[in-house]
Design a protein around this ligand. Structure first.
Ligand SMILES: NC(=O)c1ccc[n+]([C@@H]2O[C@H](COP(=O)([O-])OP(=O)(O)OC[C@H]3O[C@@H](n4cnc5c(N)ncnc54)[C@H](OP(=O)(O)O)[C@@H]3O)[C@@H](O)[C@H]2O)c1
Length: 271
């Protein structure tokens, strides 16, 4: 059932504490209505970010799509329209560039004047033993996964704090709390992202803003084929599994907050 569909059966419930229709529907159905909400997804051109953008748009959000590759973003924008979603704002940007990120948030401010949901998803990984891992690659990974996430979090907070509302979700990784061989630089960057997320969550809470992290195991995207060529692709998570987890976070009632969710391949080891 879509969040905009009235719940059926039983007639209207009487409540001593009535909540707005959109919230009531989300609480009752566990789904999320995002009508009138402005949502920014970084890394929206493919993989997890693309799926999240499509799913948020399908629930009524106006999307701002960003990554470095405009053609991919335009394609996702077209898919959103085909699915009946509102036209997305496409702003190509490199999240590691302060100038690009400033320009991105300036566009959002000019076009919409508000930001309700920020999904910090853009990320890269290259893999190999620490022993001879090129420092230039370490710097490139940190520039996107840490500096980029930091810059975007600043931009999102600057828009959300004055309105005292908003939800931020960072897409971290299982390597945000575990270590794997051949993933030293990527793992260090995702641990750093978790550090940023934890501090951000505390600062944001003072302003009425919720911050969560989603930490997926292997997801069937371009990134994983390089990181874990050993994995059977048919057993990987799919981007929609991560997207569904993010939608769940967005469906929480105002009184609830979840700090982090680790979602793993079922065939991987529990805990
Ligand atoms: N796949 C997995 O197994 C897995 C597991 C756990 C966590 N994650 C995380 O999930 C997120 C999405 O990854 P994915 O698997 O969907 O990979 P993907 O298919 O390679 O997508 C990555 C997205 O990030 C964008 N991006 C990369 N560098 C950027 C930059 N400097 N500025 C702006 N956008 C940039 C890419 O677009 P451009 O290259 O066009 O800029 C692309 O849209 C990443 O943070 C990743 O670490 C992935």
């Amino acid at each position: 059932m879509s969040a905009d569909t009235p719940s059926s059966g039983g007639g209207p419930r009487k409540s001593l504490h009535p909540v707005p229709a959109a919230d009531r529907t989300a609480e009752e159905s566990g789904s999320v209505g995002l009508s009138g909400k402005i949502a920014l997804v970084t890394g929206a051109g493919r993989g997890i970010g693309r799926r999240v953008a499509l799913d948020l748009a399908a629930r009524g959000a106006r999307l701002v799509l960003t990554s470095r590759t405009s053609e991919q973003l335009e394609k996702v924008g077209a898919e959103i329209l085909q699915g009946g979603g509102a036209p997305a704002l496409v702003v190509p940007a490199d999240v590691s560039s302060e100038r690009d990120v400033d320009a991105l948030f300036a566009r959002i401010r000019d076009e919409f004047g508000q930001l309700d949901v920020f999904i910090g998803n853009a990320g890269i990984g290259t893999f190999g033993p620490i022993l001879d891992f090129p420092l230039s690659e370490l710097d490139r990974i940190f520039a996107t996964n840490v500096r980029g996430a930091f810059l975007c979090a600043q931009g999102a907070m600057r828009m959300m704090v004055p309105r005292r509302q908003g939800t931020i979700v960072h897409v971290a990784s299982v390597v945000g709390f575990r270590g794997y061989p051949r993933q030293g630089a990527y793992t260090a960057s995702k641990h750093a992202l978790m550090g940023l997320t934890k501090s951000l969550a505390k600062e944001a809470a003072e302003h009425g803003i919720r911050v969560s992290a989603v930490l997926p195991g292997g997801v069937d995207t371009d990134l994983i084929s390089d990181a874990r060529p050993d994995l059977d692709r048919s057993q990987l998570l799919q981007p929609e599994d991560v997207s569904r987890t993010i939608l769940f976070l967005l469906s929480l009632p105002e009184r609830a907050a979840i700090d982090e969710i680790y979602i793993r391949r079922r065939t991987s080891e529990p805990f």
